[in-house]
Design a protein around this ligand. Structure first.
Ligand code: NAG
Ligand code: NAG
Ligand code: NAG
Ligand code: NAG
Ligand code: NAG
Length: 369
């Protein structure tokens, strides 16, 4: 909210929104545009971040280049979600994330899709007395949407349009080498984490901000190294990184996740399927009444979906997106971003993101308004 206020917009914090299973979530809202504060009937949009992201992802680039501000200035009522376990939603009705670790962190993106998204959507619709909203997800924010829309199909009718940025359902062809490597050692990783009581990864710490503050700055001798490091997990596109923005990004990220979120993605790389969490045969039988976890049924997703994807995205491969497109029954836009080097984080932070992507999204959303 400090970033939003500093950029000259109104902001509301909606806190302690309780899910069915007791997690307490935060929504940040920009109810109006910069110059028009009239609260006339505006279509609502929920923006949902990716793995290790948070609501701040949508406002890091300043008023001219951040999707949240562009939407607010074009007449949308903008809500930004924070998934369970991330900085602004690291809470629970009874469980303490630092004490009851094993129980608090016992979730993957399945639960984010199954519990968090429906709760946030209902909260927004109640608050605005509307029937429908727009949904924009990035990366895991698309995964959790597909989980919700397939497992709780009654929510499809509440979605005017779902915009998927860097769609992630099938991950068989993910090119990020670290994930590919780790996907061969899932059981070992799982065992190690239990053995050493690691249930949470990459919790936000001032340390990252400290690192980012100088090392990536324009003109610093470490600038290139820093930018190459940042490109390592997303796809190389150093030209589109604005060094000045990195400390802003680092002031809120990484925002933390459960180890199960990572493990669930790794399972998908290994199996090639978009399935519920694999607990091992014995527990699967208890939980799912079958030895292997059930697949998400994508044909249940009847809400209109607009897909934006890119060639140089190491975490959302075009072959996997193609397969997803063929299985989703209501794809209204399938847009391969033209810029060759567009990578996984460029959806949020590229210097020319408005030209490459946001103009198209705004046009598309306008058509559905
Ligand atoms: C807001 O108004 C100022 C002054 O009239 C103008 O320069 C600016 O472009 C406007 N901003 C938006 C986002 O409409
Ligand atoms: C975690 O949740 C699953 C259900 O999703 C349950 O079967 C399992 O026992 C839980 N584990 C712990 C340690 O609470
Ligand atoms: C460059 O970054 C390093 C590492 O953060 C820092 O110690 C140093 O002061 C910076 N140099 C300049 C010129 O900003
Ligand atoms: C980088 O970000 C700063 C701060 O928002 C901005 O002033 C500058 O114009 C940006 N640089 C480029 C190349 O867009
Ligand atoms: C998936 O959903 C469709 C549409 O509701 C249904 O016809 C089909 O039987 C379902 N498939 C499975 C495997 O449950």
């Amino acid at each position: 909210d400090e970033i939003i206020t500093a950029d000259g917009y109104h902001v509301q914090n909606h806190i302690d929104i309780k899910t069915e299973d007791g997690y307490l979530l935060t929504l940040h809202r920009i109810p109006s545009g910069k110059n028009n504060s009239d609260i006339k009937r505006r279509p609502s949009v929920l923006l949902m971040h990716g793995l290790l992201g948070g609501s701040a992802d949508w406002v890091s680039m300043g008023p001219e280049k951040s999707l949240a501000y562009l939407l607010a200035d074009r007449g949308f009522d903008v809500w930004m979600g924070n998934a369970r376990g991330t900085t602004w939603s690291r809470k629970h009705n009874v469980l303490d994330p630092d004490v009851d670790k094993q129980d608090y962190w016992n979730f993957s993106w399945h639960e984010i899709g199954y519990y968090d998204l429906p709760r946030l959507i209902d909260y927004i619709l109640e608050n605005t007395k509307s029937e429908q909203l727009f949904y924009v997800g990035h990366s895991q924010g698309t995964t959790s949407f597909y989980v919700m829309a397939s497992e709780r199909p009654e929510y499809n009718k509440k979605i005017k349009l779902a915009v998927s940025l860097a769609p992630v359902a099938y991950v068989e062809n993910v090119k990020y080498r670290l994930y590919r490597l780790l996907s061969n050692f899932i059981q070992t990783a799982e065992w190690l984490m239990k053995r050493f009581n690691i249930y949470e990864l990459f919790r936000y710490s001032e340390f990252y901000r400290f690192l980012a503050l100088d090392a990536c700055k324009d003109g610093n001798e470490t600038e290139d190294t820093c930018k190459n490091l940042l490109s390592g997990g997303t796809g190389k596109d150093v030209e589109q990184i604005n060094g000045t923005i990195i400390p802003v990004i680092a002031s809120n990220s990484p925002s933390g996740a459960s180890t199960k979120q990572f493990l669930h993605f790794l399972q998908g790389i290994k199996s090639g399927e978009f399935k519920q969490y694999d607990h091992g045969e014995f527990e699967n039988l208890l939980k799912y009444k079958q030895k292997t976890p059930p697949s998400y049924n994508l044909t249940q997703i009847t809400a209109p979906v607009a897909l934006y994807y890119a060639k140089n995205d190491l975490k959302s491969d075009i072959i996997d997106v193609q397969r997803l497109t063929e299985e989703l029954p209501n794809v209204v836009v399938k847009h391969l971003i033209e810029y060759e080097h567009f990578n996984h984080m460029d959806y949020l932070f590229a210097i020319d993101v408005v030209k490459f992507l946001y103009n198209d999204i705004l046009n598309c959303m306008n058509m559905f308004t």
